[in-house]
Design a protein around this ligand. Structure first.
Ligand code: ADP
Ligand code: MG
Ligand code: ZN
Length: 469
């Protein structure tokens, strides 16, 4: 009798236990939709949102009904992983010397290298058939086993994404390798619950190349180190939940092109000129819509300072997620002054990742800098290396629109226009065509509009030629 009750009790216990979700920082419910919440305490690693500690849910909490009760229950559980308060994975952070002002700044040179993530204009995600038209869609509705990284799902390379990247490589006169490969970059974060990002490490599609920038001091060529194709992570939604963050994986698996420069930029002015030039290029050839607010064009700036141009490079700090050109310039200027302040007080710069607080106009430490070996890169076993057929590469090259700089040069040589006239005309024509979406690789077929733009451009060109002679 006693044994019988024990057996029933155990069976009931295990039945209930097994029905409970497994909590390792995030929860999945696979019923056509995936609902994911993570307990969150302390600043977010990605955006520094100061999330509130569980368990009391704020009275203003937007979540109601069964979902809220579910969250409350979760928040009371102790077996969930939370980030320690006020700490975010970093080691010791640098103490705050006063940012330098006045003449001290003049004695130093700021050296900047920029990494820009551009979201590629493809209809589907990088390795699956999910649509990239998820803006405004309910969370976790544009997902599938592949972009969720569920066991057994196999990624398939998006041909269009590779084409857009090859086109970008040609536009910056980079080298195209014969073979390219995908690697896993391993790290866990709630918005990357599968634990790795598919990226390119040793054999990126774009190697070398350069981009001219135009500043007050003239034209300068910025060397591009590399550009590689990778998938984006999901998004943490902090505002609506206290002690919890919602995880929206609609963005997970979207193709991104990361373009990295050599540390060739000097001062915020050149960094801004570079970001503008690259923005103009990617929107012109049509690989990216360039929308900075929506995160289609995101910049990270690596900043260091040194006393003289012939000195070795200083230790750098990386400022993440600069989502506007103006904030980017402010962030770089502040960061250079901060580093000069530390050095002037006899301190040393600690290499770290920082975020720009646009409200206060300062950069704040986010985490100590991770190194490549921290990510345990290795070739993705689910994806074979991709051989880039020269005929394919050639065909893409033939489809590239004439670049604004080439257009300008042609106006000067063919029509004898002045540098300024040629520049204005080339820029205007580029802008018109981008606005109407009739230029570039991502352009839809709109023959009527294309004809109109071409005629208007032609007219303006003729007027300028007539005025010039
Ligand atoms: P990670 O992958 O850690 O971000 P990389 O070696 O790819 O590092 O470099 C990233 C960027 O940092 C590049 O744009 C590079 O030009 C820039 N960079 C490297 N060293 C310095 C430095 N001392 N000062 C400023 N920028 C630098
Ligand atoms: Mg980096
Ligand atoms: Zn998918």
């Amino acid at each position: 009798m006693f044994l019988g009750w024990t057996a029933i009790g155990l069976a009931w216990y295990w039945a209930v236990r097994l029905r409970k979700p497994v909590v390792h920082g995030s929860i999945y419910r696979w019923d056509g939709q995936v609902t994911t919440f993570v307990p969150f305490e302390g600043p977010c690693y990605r955006c520094m949102y100061p999330t509130q500690p569980p368990p009391e849910l704020a009275p203003a909490c937007a979540v109601a009904g069964p979902r809220r009760r579910h969250l409350e229950r979760l928040a009371r559980r102790r077996d969930v992983r939370t980030l320690p308060r006020g700490q975010c994975g970093g080691g010791p952070m640098t103490s705050a010397a006063q940012p330098a002002t006045g003449p001290a700044i003049e004695r130093y040179e700021a050296v900047i290298g920029i990494e820009i993530h551009t979201r590629l204009r493809t209809a589907s995600k990088m390795f699956c058939r999910c649509s990239t038209e998820y803006d405004g869609a309910p969370p976790n509705t544009h997902v599938c086993p592949v972009c969720l990284g569920l066991p057994g799902a196999l990624p398939v390379i998006n041909r269009r994404a590779v084409e857009l990247v090859l086109a970008t490589g040609m536009a910056i006169e980079a080298t195209t390798p014969e073979i390219t490969r995908w690697d896993r970059k391993n790290y866990f974060y709630p918005d990357l619950p599968k634990g790795y990002q598919i990226s390119q490490y040793e054999l990126p599609i774009v190697q070398g190349g350069s981009l001219p920038i135009h500043t007050e001091d003239g034209t300068k060529t910025i060397r591009i180190t590399r550009a590689h194709l990778e998938e984006d992570a999901g998004k943490s939604l902090h505002e609506d939940f206290r002690g919890m963050s919602g995880i929206d994986l609609n963005r997970a698996g979207t193709p991104l092109l990361e373009i990295v420069t050599e540390p060739d930029l000097r001062g915020a002015g050149e960094a801004v000129a570079y970001a503008r030039a690259l923005h103009a290029l990617v929107t012109w050839i049509g690989i990216c819509d360039g929308n900075m607010q929506e995160g289609s064009f995101r910049c990270d700036a690596n900043v260091s300072v040194r006393r003289a141009p012939d000195q070795p490079l200083g230790t750098r700090c990386e400022i993440k997620n600069l989502n506007s050109i103006r904030f980017g310039a402010q962030a770089i200027e502040y960061e250079a002054r901060r580093q000069i302040g530390v050095l002037e007080e006899g301190g040393a710069i600690v290499q770290q990742t920082r975020l720009f607080d646009s409200g206060r106009g300062v950069t704040r430490p986010m985490r100590s800098k991770e190194e490549a070996h921290d990510y345990r890169y290795f070739p993705d076993p689910d994806l074979v290396p991709l051989v880039l057929d020269p005929a394919w590469v050639e065909a893409i090259s033939a489809g590239l629109p004439e670049l604004p700089d080439a257009k300008k040069a042609r106006f000067i040589s063919d029509y004898g226009l002045s540098d300024t006239d040629a520049q204005v005309l080339a820029r205007n024509s580029a802008r018109n065509q981008i606005q109407l979406g009739v230029s570039g690789l991502g352009a839809g077929a709109k023959p009527e509009e294309a004809r109109e733009v071409a005629l208007a451009d032609r007219e303006r060109l003729e007027e300028t030629i007539a005025g010039a002679h």
